[in-house]
Design a binder for this molecule. Structure first.
Ligand code: NIG
Ligand code: FE
Length: 406
């Protein structure tokens, strides 16, 4: 694989920082990519870049080749780590646009809507689900996402859940078994029996294809006791835990997630002071999902309160047909800044290094020698523009493992 040098970067967010300040960006910087990894980060003017002819005005903003090295002139644009979207549900059939319309007219969001997507997903062929899934991955990549976690959870029978984790594993190593998304219609009133199925035959079929076990611990989905059974069974099978909790109201899910060593607890729309203190004292990340509050009209959680308490915060899209049908990390960053009290630098960090922490990955989410070369070049001079220019397609170029994928 040939090496690539990105020069003339107006603002480089590394998530490593400068002189002990982890939030500080570099200016007039360059990044050398070699064999899919970051090889070097430094000033554009560094004399060690002897192989690169000086920029002439004719070359500005262009890609050149110098002695086998591809040289990309960022033309003063900002470069950030690729987004790590640590929460999505993108293997499903159908959509629920009608439900969204009704919500905008005043209906409430309810967990039970999941069941209509289950029916459409069971009916869809592998080919249909795969084509759709790959379309979502492409859509995400075009918006700067270089790593995505994908959950099952719209099958809710052994055969369909196994299909969903297998399809997800075709496109990401970050696969989550979410058989405990909601109790399916055929088990109505028999939640404990459904949990028996999830921790038994369904887990047997899905665990070989998954890294993570997840549960929706919420009124209308699974109780804390049921959630504990699901998570402990997954952990016993070698899966790592992550939890949906406190989305629709306060509950016990956050404390359960921490007790079981979950990498992340997601949503956290209704957190108690005890939840926040417990998160701050733990290694569990709190992943906020601003697209959900946008689409369900629930109040946005206060990320400022979390960060000030010392909680590690991640931002993810939660792309799904019910509660949040956006795949745009820039849009979620803009919402987190506008509605959750984050600075743009905090939001970009949460959408990159925060997502990596939520997936317990130390090879992504930062731009530093030895890390995977997952980067995004923006058509903007600073990352602030991600929130300042909401809805504008600012992603100009994307590298995944050193390869330009856009
Ligand atoms: O993360 N909270 C549970 N699951 C999804 C919603 C799924 C749906 O409504 O289809 C979520 O918001
Ligand atoms: Fe979710």
């Amino acid at each position: 694989m040939s090496a690539t040098l990105i020069t003339n970067i107006g603002e480089l967010t590394t998530n490593v920082g400068v002189d002990g300040d982890p939030g500080a960006a570099l200016h007039d910087a360059a990044v050398l990519i070699d064999d899919g990894r970051i090889a070097w980060v430094g000033p554009s003017s560094d004399p060690s870049m002897w192989r690169v002819a000086p920029l002439s005005s004719a070359n500005q903003g262009r890609t050149r080749h110098v002695d086998g090295l591809e040289v990309v002139d960022a033309d003063g644009g900002a470069v950030i780590p690729g987004f790590v979207d640590s929460h999505s549900h993108i293997v499903f059939g159908g959509d629920r646009a009608g439900e969204f319309e009704a919500r905008m007219a005043g209906e409430k969001y309810a967990a039970g809507g999941i069941r209509s997507t289950v029916a459409a997903t069971r009916d869809a062929s592998d080919d249909k689900l795969r084509t759709r899934l790959r379309g979502f991955v492409d859509e995400m990549r075009a918006q700067g996402t270089t790593t995505v976690e994908i959950k099952s959870g719209y099958g809710l029978d052994v055969a369909t859940e196994a299909r969903l984790v297998r399809l997800a594993a075709e496109v990401t190593p970050e696969v989550t078994f979410l058989g405990a998304h909601v109790v399916p219609a055929e088990y109505a009133g028999r939640g404990d029996e459904y949990v028996d199925l999830v921790v038994g035959e369904m887990l047997d079929a899905c665990a070989p294809h998954a890294k993570w076990i997840d549960v929706f611990c919420e009124a209308g989905a699974f109780t804390a006791a049921q959630s504990r059974r699901v998570l402990e069974a997954g952990i016993a099978r070698g899966l790592q835990a992550r939890v949906h909790a406190s989305q629709l109201g306060p509950g016990e899910g956050v404390r359960l997630a921490i007790e079981l060593g979950a990498a992340s607890v997601d949503h956290g729309t209704y957190l108690t002071d005890e939840d926040v203190a417990a998160l701050a004292a733990s290694d569990t990340v709190l992943t906020v999902l601003p697209g959900v509050e946008f689409s369900t009209r629930h109040p946005y959680p206060d990320a400022r309160r979390l960060i000030d308490a010392g909680v590690t915060v991640a931002i993810a899209c939660d792309t799904n047909p019910g509660s949040s049908f956006t795949s745009s990390m820039p849009f979620c960053i803009a919402l987190a800044v506008r509605e959750m009290g984050m600075t743009t630098a905090e939001a970009v960090r949460a959408a990159t290094a925060g997502g990596a922490a939520a997936l317990r990955r130390d090879d992504i989410g930062v731009i530093a020698p030895g890390k995977r070369a997952d980067l995004v070049l923006l058509d903007a001079p600073t990352a602030v523009h991600l929130a300042y220019r909401p809805g504008v397609p600012l992603v100009k170029q994307v590298w995944k493992d050193g390869v330009a994928v856009r």
